[in-house]
Design a protein around this ligand. Structure first.
Ligand code: 5GP
Length: 175
C-alpha cells in the first residue's frame, strides 16, 4: 500500500522529535492545568504519541473541524463538527495540529477557544509550511518546517487515505 508514497520524514525522526516536544511541554506546563485539544481528524496520531511523552497530569479533548475548502485548498472557514466535551475555562489549552499551512484554520481555532476563557491558549503543530502563510500565527511548539508539498501519513490524509502510514510522505504522481 505504501509503495506509491515516498518518505519525507521517517518514523524514527518523528518519534525522536515528538519525544523532544513532550519533554519541553512537560517542563513548561508543570503545575498547570494542561488540556491537549486534538484537532480531528489529522492530529489523532500525533496527539496520541505526544500525550504519551508528556509526564504530567493532563486532559485530552477533541475538536472536530471541517474546512470548507475542497481538495488541497484551505478556505480558513471551518465548521465545528465535534465540540469539546468539558469547559476549558481557567485551563491551559494546548491546541495540537497536524500541519499549519496558510494559518487560517489555526487562527480561527485560536479565536474560538479564547472565547471559552482559558488561562492560556498555545499551539503545538507537527508540521509548518511557511511558504504558504496567509496569516501569521504563533506556533509555540513545532515539529518540522517543510517545503510547499502536499504530504500524507501519520494522521494526514489525501481523500481520507494514507492516515495510517507511520511516516510523513509524498504521494507519487500517477497513483
Ligand atoms: P491551513 O488552514 O493552515 O491552510 O490548513 C490547515 C489544514 O489543511 C490542516 O489541518 C490539514 O488538514 C490541511 N492541510 C494543509 N496542508 C496539508 C498537506 O500537505 N497534507 C494534508 N494531508 N493536509 C494538509
Amino acid at each position: 500500500m505504501a509503495t506509491n508514497v515516498s518518505t519525507m520524514i521517517d518514523a524514527d525522526r518523528i518519534a525522536q522529535r515528538v519525544r523532544e516536544l513532550g519533554a519541553e511541554i512537560t517542563r513548561d506546563y508543570a503545575g498547570r492545568n494542561l488540556v491537549l485539544v486534538c484537532v480531528l481528524k489529522g492530529s489523532f496520531v500525533f496527539t496520541s504519541d505526544l500525550a504519551r511523552n508528556i509526564d504530567l497530569p493532563m486532559r485530552v479533548e477533541f475538536l472536530g473541524v471541517r474546512s470548507y475548502g475542497e481538495g488541497t485548498k484551505s478556505s480558513g472557514v471551518v465548521q465545528i463538527t465535534h465540540d469539546l466535551t468539558k469547559p476549558v475555562e481557567g485551563d491551559d489549552v494546548l491546541i495540537v495540529e497536524d500541519i499549519v499551512d496558510t494559518g487560517l484554520t489555526i487562527a480561527h481555532l485560536l479565536d474560538l477557544l479564547r472565547t471559552r476563557k482559558p488561562a492560556s491558549v498555545k499551539v503545538c503543530a507537527l508540521l509548518h509550511k511557511p511558504a504558504r502563510t496567509r496569516i501569521q500565527v504563533p506556533i509555540d511548539y513545532l515539529g518540522f518546517t517543510i517545503e510547499d508539498k502536499f504530504v500524507v501519513g501519520y494522521g494526514l490524509d489525501w481523500a481520507e487515505r494514507y492516515r495510517n502510514l507511520p511516516f510523513i510522505g509524498l504521494v507519487e504522481s500517477g497513483s
